[in-house]
Design a protein around this ligand. Structure first.
Ligand code: TXA
Ligand code: MG
Length: 328
C-alpha cells in the first residue's frame, strides 16, 4: 500500500476543496475528479469539466461511516452492516438522501450515493477537509476511467492543475454500487465485491441489475467506459481467425489477450487472475487505444463469478460493435 501523503500536500488539497476548486484524487478503485459536495459551484464545475449530463448523480465520498447520517436518512440495517464490514473500501451505498442534500448531487432523485474510500491519500484529504467530497471518475464523460495520475492529466490537462499522484490504483475498476435505500438490496454496478460477498455479510439474497424503479446509474448505459478504437470481444478459440480476417480486410489490429498473444499478433498480455486483470485493464485499453489501430480484439475472459465486473466493463467498452457471439 501507498505510504501516507506529505502533510503539506494534504493541506493544499483540502484548502483547494474549501475554495471550491477541483482536484484529481487517487482512490483504490480509480482516480476521482473531486470537489466540495456542499458547494454548488464546485459541483457545477465537476459536471462542466466532465461534460456529464446533469441528471447523472455523483458519489459523495466521506472520511468514515460516522458521517453517514449527515448525508442519508432512514439508513437501513443492511446499509449499516455493509458499511461496517466493507468500509473503507470499493463499495458505494445508495441511500435516501438527508434533508438539504442538493438536487445537483443526486440528479434530482431522492437518493444519494455514498462511499468511504480506503486509499490512504483519499483518506487523508477527506479527514483534513472534514466534509463530503463529490467525485466521479476523473475522465471526460463516456471515456475510460483513469487509474494513474498521468491518465487524469491526459483527460483534463491545464484545466485541472492539482492532481495528487497516489500511484496506480490497486483495484483498477470502479466501486460496487449497491442500492440499500429500501427493502430490496440490489447491485446496480458490479465491482470487486460481488453479490456473494454482500450476501455472506447480509445473510440473505442479493438481487442484481437495475430494474425500472432502481435509482439511475450512468455507468449502466450500454456504451460507457469505452476506448475510441472500435473494440470487440472474441473467444480465445476464434481469436486467431478473427485477427486474420481483419488483416485480410486491411485493418491494423491490436489484441488484449490473456496469458499469451496469438502468433504474430501485436497487443498486450494480461494476467489470468481477475484481480490482477482488473488492476491493469483500463491502462491496457488506454495504451492500445493510443496506438491508433483500426480495431482492438479483446479475448473474452473466463465465465466465472470472479470475472463478473470485468465482463460488465468489457461489455460496455465494446457496446458499439460486439461480435463475440455471431462471427467465426
Ligand atoms: O469507484 C468509484 O465509484 C469511483 C471513485 C472515484 O470513487 N467513482 C465513480 O464515480 O465511479 P462515477 O460518477 O464515475 O460513477 C458513479 C456512478 C454513476 O453511474 C452514477 O449514476 C451512480 O454512481 N450514482 C451516483 N449516485 C447515485 C444515486 N443516487 N442513485 C443511483 N446511482 C447513483
Ligand atoms: Mg465514471
Amino acid at each position: 500500500m501507498m505510504p501516507a501523503p506529505p502533510a503539506a500536500l494534504v493541506d493544499a488539497a483540502a484548502a483547494a476543496l474549501a475554495r471550491g476548486e477541483l482536484i484529481g484524487l487517487p482512490t483504490e478503485t480509480v482516480y476521482g475528479l473531486a470537489g466540495a459536495a456542499r458547494d454548488e459551484r464546485a459541483v457545477a464545475r465537476i459536471f462542466a469539466l466532465k461534460g456529464r449530463p446533469a441528471e447523472h448523480p455523483l458519489i459523495v465520498h466521506l472520511a468514515g461511516a460516522a458521517q453517514l447520517d449527515a448525508w442519508a436518512r432512514e439508513v437501513t440495517p443492511a446499509a449499516r452492516a455493509l458499511a461496517a464490514a466493507l468500509w473503507p473500501g470499493p463499495l458505494t451505498l445508495i441511500l435516501k438522501r438527508a434533508p438539504g442534500v442538493s438536487d445537483l448531487l443526486t440528479g434530482g432523485q431522492d437518493t444519494i450515493g455514498l462511499r468511504v474510500p480506503a486509499h490512504p491519500w483519499a483518506q487523508a484529504v477527506l479527514a483534513r477537509f472534514g466534509d463530503g467530497v463529490a467525485a466521479p471518475s476523473a475522465n471526460r464523460y463516456g471515456h475510460l476511467s483513469p487509474t494513474t495520475a498521468q491518465h487524469v492529466r491526459e483527460e483534463f490537462g491545464d484545466a485541472l492543475p492539482l492532481v495528487l499522484d497516489g500511484g496506480p490504483c490497486e483495484i483498477g475498476i470502479e466501486s460496487t454500487i449497491v442500492d440499500v435505500s429500501g427493502a430490496d438490496v440490489r447491485v446496480l454496478r458490479p465491482g470487486r465485491y460481488g453479490s456473494d460477498v454482500l450476501a455472506a455479510i447480509l445473510q440473505g439474497a442479493i438481487n442484481e441489475g437495475a430494474i425500472a424503479t432502481s435509482p439511475r446509474v450512468s455507468g449502466s448505459l450500454s456504451r460507457h467506459y469505452a476506448p475510441r478504437t472500435p473494440s470487440e470481444r472474441v473467444a480465445r478459440a476464434r481469436l486467431e481467425a478473427r485477427l486474420r480476417r481483419a488483416e485480410a480486410d486491411g485493418e491494423r489490429v491490436r489484441i488484449l489477450a490473456i496469458g499469451s498473444l496469438p502468433q504474430q499478433a501485436e497487443g498486450l498480455v494480461m494476467a489470468g487472475d481477475a484481480e490482477t486483470y482488473a488492476r491493469h485493464l483500463y491502462a491496457a485499453l488506454r495504451a492500445l487505444d493510443a496506438e491508433g489501430a483500426d480495431r482492438i480484439l479483446i479475448e473474452t475472459p473466463p465465465e466465472e463469478p470472479a470475472w463478473a465486473a470485468i465482463h460488465d466493463r468489457l461489455r460496455r467498452a465494446t457496446a458499439r460493435e460486439d461480435t463475440d457471439d455471431d462471427r467465426p
